[in-house]
Each structure stands twice: as C-alpha cells, then as structure tokens.
Design a binder for this molecule. Structure first.
Ligand SMILES: NC(=O)c1ccc[n+]([C@@H]2O[C@H](COP(=O)([O-])OP(=O)(O)OC[C@H]3O[C@@H](n4cnc5c(N)ncnc54)[C@H](O)[C@@H]3O)[C@@H](O)[C@H]2O)c1
Length: 314
C-alpha cells in the first residue's frame, strides 16, 4: 500500500498512548477510529482527549474550531467489525507478547489484504509479535514516545519479514503527520530509544543507590545539562563537537566504573514491589499528592509544547 491510499486509520488500545496517538491522525485529517475491547475505557479516553485538546488550544496550536473538528474526527468503538474497512492499524494494547500475538492473529484475518499493520510495543520483538499474523510482510513496529501527541520521535522498526514497501510507507506516514521518524533496519530488542534510555537510567539509579548524589540532583544534571544538549545534538554529534580524543580517554578510565549489571536495578525493584509506580499511584521517586498529579502532567505538557515551538516551529 502507498501513502496516498491510506485514508482510514484505527488505533487499537485506548490507554495512555493510543488515545493520544489517535489525536494526531485525526488532526492531520485521517478518518480515525479508537478501538478498545472495553467500553468503559473509551469513556476515559474521551475525557483525556478533551484535556489534551484544551492544552493545544491554550498554547495556540489549534483554534477552538480545529480542536472540535479533531475531536469529531475520532470515532470510539468496542466493535471489531471496524477492522474490515481500514487502511492502517496501529496496535497500542498492553505490553504482553501473548496478548499482542492473540490480538494480531484475530485482527489480521479481519482486515483487507492490503491493510498495513503496526505495533507500538516498547521493545518486544516485532518478528515474535507478528508470528501468528496473516501476511507478516505488511507488519512493522511504529514506536511512539509519551506523550505521543507532543514528542516528535517515532521509531519505524522492520521485523524479520517486514517488506521494504511497508516500512517505507509507515515512515512516510509518520513524516506526513508531523513526526520525526527514524528507521530501525535490523530489529534489536528496545530498538534505539529504549536501549539508550535504559542504559542511562541504570546508571542514574546506580548513582543514587551508591549515595553519589540524590535523585533530585541526578534529575537536574539531566535536565539542565545532558537533556538540554540532547534536544539539539545526539550523543554521537555531541562527541564530535566535544572532541573524540576527549571521549576516548574518558571512556578508557570511566567505563570500568559504571554499572554493568544485567539485573533490574535494586532501587527500581524496591519501588515496584512496594507498588510505588510513579504519578499513577501518587508515589514514585517523588510524591504526587492527589491535587498535584494532574497539575504535574499539565506543566510537563506545557513545557514540551514550548520546547517544540522553540526548536521546530515559531
Ligand atoms: N506508556 C508509555 O510511556 C509507552 C511509550 C511507548 C510505547 N508504549 C507501549 O504502548 C502500548 C500501550 O501502552 P499504554 O501505556 O498506553 O498502556 P495502557 O495500559 O494505558 O493502555 C492499554 C490499553 O489497551 C487496552 N487493551 C488491552 N487488551 C486489549 C485488547 N485485546 N484489545 C483492545 N484493547 C486492549 C486496555 O484496555 C488499555 O486501555 C504498550 O505496548 C506499551 O509498551 C508505552
């Protein structure tokens, strides 16, 4: 299928990611359906869409009329018959291999033979997810970053059986909806973003665990230093600007000192086992009392919007 033939898009899974992804497709004029197997979740999704849209109207990115049109352009359904007539499906359901395989075994038999299929898995093997899928050549990864209506990056990942045309069309589609796609040409778990992110987070947790610095200072070092630079230069570009001789010598003496554990970091394990899962349970590395958690998300989104404007728009 070619880019111009894609008109009807279905996002499957109306959670944190899927709900926000649906807004982008709708904003770019695609006839968009948000599918979830549970009705109740669709009602929550509607409320989340309304909140996200309010932020975009407030920031001047959308007029009230445009925002109304976006919201009108998103159909919400728990009825699987929607899959019979669509050109592109992105699945963003729970991160579990068996559930994803089962979903795709079922859905790939309901769609037209030409419909392109993609999964928003954070890092599970694309080839494994596609294992029970009819025509795995038309299946690929399309990995978004939270919050997907604001973060520009989308990774397009080829599985072992993905054909060139599928990867090319999904890449072009991501560009068309205003994203900055990258191609993962040889599948590896975690793709690009999550491999780099996890390596950094393991060291961040190690620094806190070893008492080298407190969580707040680790976060500030990232926000005001590394993250500030990384919004403009990638790690390899940063090395070029700094001088490869410098980074060679730093790598020589520092790498042996870094955490190389293959276990879940102990601090993360401890939080997980206590049910301290971050904003959604109001407690993670920081506390988010009921009245502040919504505000924290709003403030984060306002900053992302300003950053996006500064770097890519106005
Ligand atoms: N949250 C993130 O930061 C993030 C970032 C990138 C990618 N992802 C990936 O996106 C996917 C979804 O993550 P999320 O954070 O939105 O999860 P979530 O739990 O918020 O949403 C998942 C949704 O899928 C629905 N669902 C479950 N089984 C289903 C089925 N068989 N059919 C239809 N709907 C079903 C659930 O009801 C729920 O609404 C996962 O694969 C995750 O790894 C998440």
């Amino acid at each position: 299928m070619q880019l111009a033939e894609i008109k009807k898009v279905i996002i499957a899974g109306a959670g944190t990611m899927g709900t926000s992804m649906a807004q982008i497709f709708a904003q770019y004029g695609y006839d968009t359906t948000l599918y979830n197997h549970r009705e109740a979740t669709l009602q929550r999704a509607k409320e989340m869409i309304r909140m996200n849209q309010q932020a975009l109207v407030k920031s001047g990115d959308l007029t009230t009329e445009e925002s109304m049109a976006v919201q009108k352009n998103i159909g919400l359904t728990a009825d699987k018959t929607c899959f019979a007539n669509c050109d592109f499906v992105v699945e963003s359901i729970v991160e579990n291999l068996e559930i994803k395989q089962e979903f795709w075994r079922d859905i790939s038999r309901l769609v037209k033979p030409s419909t392109l299929l993609a999964t928003n898995t954070s890092g599970i093997s694309i080839t494994k997810i596609a294992a029970l899928t009819e025509k795995p050549a038309r299946f690929c990864g399309m990995h978004w970053f939270n919050p997907p209506h604001l973060v520009p990056l989308v990774e397009v990942i080829k599985g072992e059986h993905t054909d060139e045309e599928t990867a090319r069309t999904v890449f072009a589609l991501a560009e068309k909806i205003g994203k900055k796609p990258v191609l993962v040409k040889n599948h590896a778990k975690g793709f690009i973003g999550n491999r780099i992110q996890l390596a950094g987070r393991r060291e961040a947790l190690h620094i806190v665990k070893e008492g080298i610095a407190d969580a707040k200072d680790v976060d500030n070092a990232m926000k005001y230093g590394l993250g500030f630079r990384y919004a403009c230069l990638g790690p390899l570009e940063t090395a070029d600007f700094g001088g490869l001789d410098i980074f060679y010598h730093v790598a020589e003496y520092l790498l042996p000192d870094l955490d190389r554990s293959a276990e879940v970091p102990p601090l993360l394990k401890e939080k997980y086992e206590k049910g301290e899962l971050g904003i959604k349970t109001q407690q993670g590395f920081y506390s988010y009392p009921e009245e502040t958690s919504k505000k924290a998300i709003q403030e984060r989104d306002e900053k992302f919007i300003r950053l996006f404007h500064a770097l890519y728009q106005k």
